[in-house]
Design a protein around this ligand. Structure first.
Ligand code: SF4
Ligand code: FE
Length: 521
């Protein structure tokens, strides 16, 4: 098991890579147990993406670190509890920068958003029940800050039959749950699916994935476990074109340095001691936790605008390499890509700017704008991918392999035939096309496209939240007034609760309503 006393505080990407060695994780990939994931050619690019977060902390400490309120030392911003709207905004800026630097998912936002959601939810559970979860969480955070560690968040269960609640599933393994209790803690079993960066983390925080009823008591569990705890098995997700990472050469990979990571995590009788339990059976708080987590996480998808910057640059470079960058329709397509990308950024950063304090002091971003941000993300990267492929041309999917291009017999001929503009090196031209392939069809399409669709909830889950906040009565009142329809006395903006979206936009800044009487402001 990871000994946090033994592992020195992690300050650099290289030290982070070293910290992953020798943990004896039970990791499976393509029918084999992987002895040392950090050395596996397919896994290594995903480790590099997390390492980039440490390297950014060194090169841009103002962007990627904060001074820990627990230890007084500088720690990664991914471990920070936001206590101002500026803190939320800086998370987004860091995410965009890391998207630009890696062109992929750098995996640390789930843990960051889980900590922030749990900070306020544990506070409010304690208020309601007199439990001690919040202090436990602060003690755990202090340990994580001392080591400057990577913490993953594990929310999404395998879920089984979606029409049935957790406690009625015929196959119990599809949800993580408490299977036994002792005086020292609980034991959990079940599975978490599509877990971003789990193998690359030091610790994992498991959380319920949905609203729960009192019958789901054993499923309403939040706890921290070291990634190498006994009883955890990781089955690494296959990614499109992933085995190209194990081939000689770098060209066919498109982005040889970086990739995302998802795995299925299976828990078999995994022990969580009492001091690492942050919810245990308080089913009425499960939906609050899920909603607050998704509010943070849906605006975290600003990360994709940094990746979008890379794709826009690749599309512009491909057009220039073909000699068509002066054409008006090419410029217009790049404008279209940019405006779509900035639409996502605008919504996400606005969600952060409109953040409000919770009763715990942690700031929560705006739920409407966070959902709008993520909903754009379910569409915009696909459109950017379409335009990038349009500008790249068909060669993006028909070009020969690096081995053919380097071959003594046909390589030189291929270089001449696949020449674009005469002053552009053919290999450089093809490398840009491979990058576009990587981001729209290959390994990093996992993060840029399908994760954009389903990560932090599929499109319908955002539409439900947007629908809840759209205040149609208020808007109908506005229309009826201007149309000259005389309604009973009352301002149109009185239609709706004090915490409805448009109402609070115009109200003085207040605190996020909590669960205690009189907590709304
Ligand atoms: Fe962070 Fe984006 Fe990856 Fe989610 S998809 S962990 S928000 S980089
Ligand atoms: Fe994600």
């Amino acid at each position: 098991m990871l000994d946090t006393e033994r592992v020195p505080r992690i300050e650099t990407g290289d030290a982070y890579r070293e910290s992953l060695r020798g943990r004896g994780l039970d990791v499976w990939y393509m029918g084999e147990r992987i002895a040392e994931p950090v050395d596996h050619p397919v896994i290594r690019p995903s480790v590099n993406a997390v390492a980039a977060t440490y390297d950014l902390a060194r090169s841009h400490p103002e962007l990627a670190t904060v001074v820990s309120p627990f230890t007084g030392q500088r720690v990664s911003r991914f471990l920070n509890i936001c206590t101002s709207a500026d803190d939320l905004v800086l998370q987004n800026k860091m995410q965009r920068k890391l998207g630009q630097l890696t062109g992929t998912c750098f995996q640390r936002c789930v843990g960051m958003d889980a900590f922030n959601a749990l900070y306020s939810v544990t506070y409010e559970i304690d208020e309601a029940h007199g439990t001690g979860y919040h202090e436990r969480l602060r003690a755990f955070l202090t340990r994580m800050h001392e080591g400057n560690l990577v913490v993953g968040g594990a929310m999404t269960d395998a879920k089984g039959d979606r029409s049935l609640p957790p406690h009625r599933q015929p196959e119990p393994e599809v949800f993580l749950r408490v299977t036994r209790r002792t005086a020292e803690g609980v034991h959990v079993s079940g599975a978490k699916a599509h877990q971003t960066g789990c193998v690359n983390s030091h610790w994992m925080v498991v959380m319920p994935t949905m609203r729960m009823t009192p019958d789901d008591r054993d499923f309403a569990v939040v706890g921290a476990v070291p990634v190498d705890a006994p009883g955890i098995t990781y089955v690494y997700g296959r990614q499109s074109c992933d085995t190209r990472s194990a081939e000689p050469g770098t060209m066919d990979q498109g982005n040889a340095a970086y990739a995302g990571q998802e795995a299925l995590v299976v828990f078999e009788d995994v022990f969580v001691p009492n001091e690492l339990l942050f919810m245990d059976g308080e089913t009425e708080f499960a939906s609050m936790l899920v909603e607050r987590f998704t509010t943070y996480h849906r605006r975290s998808y600003v990360c994709k605008t940094g990746v979008g910057d890379v794709l826009i640059g690749a599309a512009a470079q491909a057009a220039a390499d073909n000699g068509v960058d002066g054409s008006s329709h090419v410029k217009d397509k790049l404008v279209e890509m940019t405006h779509l990308n900035e639409t996502v950024y605008g919504a996400g950063i606005a969600a952060s700017h409109q953040g409000r304090p919770t009763r715990s002091g942690a700031y929560l971003c705006d739920d409407m704008l966070a959902n709008v941000c993520k909903h754009h993300v379910t569409k915009v990267p696909y459109e950017l991918g379409r335009i990038a492929q349009d500008l790249a041309g068909g060669l993006v999917v028909t070009m020969p392999s690096e081995l053919d291009l380097q071959h003594g017999e046909i390589g030189a001929l291929l270089h001449r035939i696949l020449q674009g503009r005469a002053d552009v090196d053919t290999e450089e031209r093809l490398r840009i096309l491979r990058l576009i392939e990587n981001m729209t069809l290959g390994r990093n399409a996992v993060g840029y496209l399908t994760e954009s669709l389903h990560g932090a909830g599929s499109p319908q889950s955002q539409r439900v939240q947007i629908g809840r906040g759209m205040q149609l009565d208020l808007k109908r009142g506005l229309a009826r007034t201007l149309a000259g329809i005389v309604d009973p006395p009352g301002e149109p903006d009185e239609a709706g609760g004090a915490d409805d979206y448009l109402t609070r936009v115009f109200a003085a800044p207040g605190t996020v309503p909590g669960t205690m009487p009189g907590s709304a402001s």
